[in-house]
Ligand binder design. Structure first.
Ligand code: NAD
Length: 318
């Protein structure tokens, strides 16, 4: 019989609730305690999870002996303190992206992870999607040919979006679409195409110094010679569009609004690829995290990659 691992969830907002469902679906994980400093939310979530313990202070949750690992889903500026406290108390960690709120924090978190010898992983959901597996497959078959350019478009007619009613997501300190959206794609760029050599970035901020950016135009030069063009904008008339496009010499692929995949062959127009035509995904994050806990081979994005993403992120914002 496989072991059931006990998880403590810190941060019960939008994404915390999403992963709670994922843990509940996995027979090898059991949510044992939850924490949020919003007491009503903590209480309600604890009841929904089967009347489990709830805490307002993450330190109390982390110090519970029975907890095997902590999932950290608080806003980015709080990741560092929660994660470091978890390592000090010998808990494995699954942390939300971006890893931290600065390069220094991310470096210290990687050091903390390595020195503790504990498992450290991050929630980059695209990695477990069919689109990711499809890109991997096309690269392995050399279908793109020479990569001519990569583009990332992030356009939001409103930022934060109407459904994002949190107090941090439009703050200059830890919010904005560069910090919130681009890490998903920076992770893929670093994973598939290697390190970034240089970043040139032009960011426009509103007159209120507390608020996050309204626009960015940036260029990443990768060590392999490929250039990445980043075009981010908030407040334009048309609807939101997030498009990550790999322009190859022989074939190009575009991942539109997280899930829609389009392909174009040499001289051809973009064609929608049906979900059934995509390559199977690698499985779920929770499955892979459990595998790692069982000392089996697993596909996880660790803090080392989290730090690499953070470094590019901070250069984009600077
Ligand atoms: N992986 C993804 O696809 C994805 C998607 C959205 C957000 N995120 C990331 O997840 C994290 C959370 O985002 P969200 O949208 O769920 O935010 P949210 O604001 O909806 O939820 C955060 C929760 O943390 C609680 N909190 C804040 N500080 C706390 C503290 N010190 N102690 C206890 N509770 C505290 C808040 O009360 C809130 O309920 C962020 O890092 C964000 O970047 C990741």
């Amino acid at each position: 019989m496989k072991k059931v691992y006990k998880v403590g969830v810190v941060g019960l907002g939008v994404v915390g609730q999403r992963l709670i469902s994922a843990f509940q679906k996995n027979e090898n994980t059991q949510i044992t305690a939850v924490c949020d400093y919003n007491e009503n939310l903590a209480k309600e979530t604890a009841v929904e999870c089967g009347d489990i313990s709830y805490f307002l202070d993450y330190k109390e949750l982390i110090q519970r002996k029975e907890i095997d690992f902590v999932y950290v889903a608080v806003p980015p500026a709080v990741h560092y303190e929660v994660v470091m406290f978890a390592f000090q108390h010998k808990k494995h960690v699954l942390c939300e992206k971006p890893l931290a709120n600065s390069e220094e924090e991310a470096e210290a978190m990687l050091r903390g992870a390595e020195e503790s010898g504990l498992i450290h992983a991050m929630h980059f959901p695209l990695v477990y999607e069919k689109a990711f597996a499809t890109i991997e497959d096309l690269i392995s078959k050399d279908s793109f040919g020479e990569i001519k350019r990569i583009t990332l478009k992030m356009h939001f007619n409103q930022w934060p979006r109407p459904w994002q009613q949190t107090n941090w997501i439009n703050s200059k300190k830890q919010g904005g679409f560069i910090r919130e959206i681009s890490p998903h794609y920076l992770q893929m760029i670093l994973h598939f195409f290697g390190p970034v050599k240089e970043v040139k970035s032009y960011v426009d901020y509103p007159s209120n110094p507390e608020l996050s950016e309204q626009a960015v135009i940036a260029m990443l030069s990768l060590e392999n010679g490929v250039r990445v063009l980043i075009d981010g904008l908030a407040g334009q008339a048309e609807n939101e569009e997030i498009a990550f496009t790999i322009h190859g010499e022989n074939q190009s692929l575009s991942l539109l609004n997280w899930r829609e995949v389009k392909l174009a062959n040499k001289g051809g127009t973009w064609k929608d690829i049906k979900d059934s035509e995509l390559v199977c995904s690698k499985g779920s994050l929770v499955e892979h995290f459990v595998k790692r806990l069982n000392n089996e081979q697993a596909f996880l994005v660790g803090f080392k990659e989290g730090l690499q993403v953070q470094r590019v992120l901070e250069q984009l914002i600077r």
